[in-house]
Design a protein around this ligand. Structure first.
Ligand SMILES: Cc1cc2nc3c(=O)[nH]c(=O)nc-3n(C[C@H](O)[C@H](O)[C@H](O)COP(=O)(O)OP(=O)(O)OC[C@H]3O[C@@H](n4cnc5c(N)ncnc54)[C@H](O)[C@@H]3O)c2cc1C
Length: 372
């Protein structure tokens, strides 16, 4: 069996590893357009137990990843200058490049061929083409009509920076300026490095003149808005530009010998920190389906979608609700800090009051005290 995987992001590298591990005599090759060691963004975050799903089936990868994670157990919201700590909402984070290096090492160990600086312009001729090529997927575009792709964009603008300031916890800082409201999602992903994503609505972005600013001027502007949060530290750019988050969905996940996974198949708003985990889970589902029916790939691809879609849909719905909360965050900022924090924590509708009390007793007690 000859399998070509387009894209060496989390979905591509991990599916390559799992498929080659399961079918040792298959030829599995990954084609990545970027040179080795380059990627977009900075660090990524997982909910604190988000990699637990790896333990049962792939303890080796779990053991390789876990020591590289930064961890903390609370979440902090900063609104009207007040810090509201929500205990028990922990996360784990890692640099995106470090994460890819660890996944690549696993793939190479089992004999996957990984080709960098090797953009696919046409789909390769082989038994199976796996589109792990992210939001602008070539594989998806080639089969768009048959896959029933929908792509819309959220209205907010965001830009992904980094900084050398290590934050204690994942922090959401909200600031009002004369142009309008800004939010930053920031957390450390290494002892000396943090992600710093700035988000604002379309009107504020325009009024502030950010659409007409260069990358350097945008960086300086955001640095000024978040001077307190940054504590004098600079923001760092990595080809950072203002974007609107794409919401991608596909009715069919495969067509002929081509199949999608990860961001090529579906995006999940970064505010729930799940896109990478979903990409890994897709890889597990796809590799499992191929392993079960290596002689009938059509049936395997059907099983991949029918088995995975119901689980995935729940998380995507939560991601959409979270994205909607952010689309209106300037309105929510009219709330006092503890009401605001409660609105934030309930944004996906997945935490009922009893669960919240069990998870975050300190926060609930302070919230009730403030309300009283
Ligand atoms: C601002 C922001 C913050 C995020 N934060 C988090 C977070 O904290 N936690 C989290 O879990 N997720 C986060 N995500 C989402 C996460 O980045 C994605 O869900 C994840 O990277 C998806 O993995 P993937 O392998 O499907 O796609 P990608 O990581 O996008 O990888 C696709 C790869 O394909 C390559 N490629 C594309 N076209 C071609 C071609 N024609 N030929 C060859 N190669 C090609 C690309 O260069 C890329 O390397 C964030 C996303 C954004 C935008």
């Amino acid at each position: 069996m000859h399998i070509a995987i387009i894209g060496a992001g989390p979905a591509g590298l991990y599916s390559a590893y799992l498929i080659k591990r399961a079918i040792a005599d298959a030829r599995v090759e990954v084609h990545e357009r970027l040179p080795r060691g380059t990627t977009f963004g900075f660090g990524i975050v997982f909910s604190d137990r988000a990699l637990d799903f790896l333990v049962a089936d792939d303890p080796g990868t779990h053991a390789a990843l876990v020591p590289a994670l930064e961890r903390w157990s609370d979440l902090t919201l900063v609104h009207q200058g007040e810090r509201v700590v929500i205990d028990g909402i922990g996360f784990a984070a890692i640099g995106r490049q470090r994460f890819l290096d660890l996944l690549e090492a696993r793939a190479l160990e089992v004999g996957v061929e990984v080709n960098y600086a090797d953009p696919a312009d046409e789909l390769p001729y082989c038994d199976l083409v796996i589109g792990a090529d992210g939001v602008n997927s070539l594989v998806r575009q080639r089969h768009g009509d048959a896959l029933g792709t929908s792509e819309t964009h959220l209205s907010n603008r965001f830009i992904w920076f980094g900084t050398a300031r290590p934050f204690d916890t994942l922090t959401q800082t909200f600031v009002r300026t004369r142009h309008g409201a800004f939010n930053a999602h920031h957390y450390r992903y290494a002892p000396d490095a943090s992600t710093f994503i700035v988000e604002t609505n379309e009107a504020t972005w325009r009024d502030a003149g950010l659409g007409a600013m260069s990358e350097t001027d945008s960086l300086s502007y955001c640095q000024e808005v978040f001077a307190d949060a940054l504590g004098g530290e600079a923001l760092i750019s990595n080809n950072s530009c203002w974007r609107q988050f794409p919401v991608i969905r596909n009715r069919a996940w495969s067509h002929g010998n081509a199949v999608l996974l990860g961001d090529a198949l579906h995006t999940a708003h970064f505010s729930i920190g799940s896109g990478t985990r979903l990409a890994l889970e897709d890889a597990i589902a796809l590799a499992g389906a191929i392993k079960a029916q290596p002689d009938d790939l059509t049936a395997a691809l059907e099983d991949y979608q029918s088995g995975r879609a119901p689980v995935l849909d729940k998380l995507l719905k939560a991601a959409d609700k979270s994205a909607l909360w952010y689309e209106n965050f300037a309105e929510h900022m009219k709330l006092e800090p503890y009401e605001f924090a409660m609105s934030y924590i309930n944004r996906t509708g997945r935490i009922d009051p009893d669960r919240l009390k069990a998870l975050s007793p300190g926060f609930v007690a302070r919230y009730e005290g403030t309300a009283a």
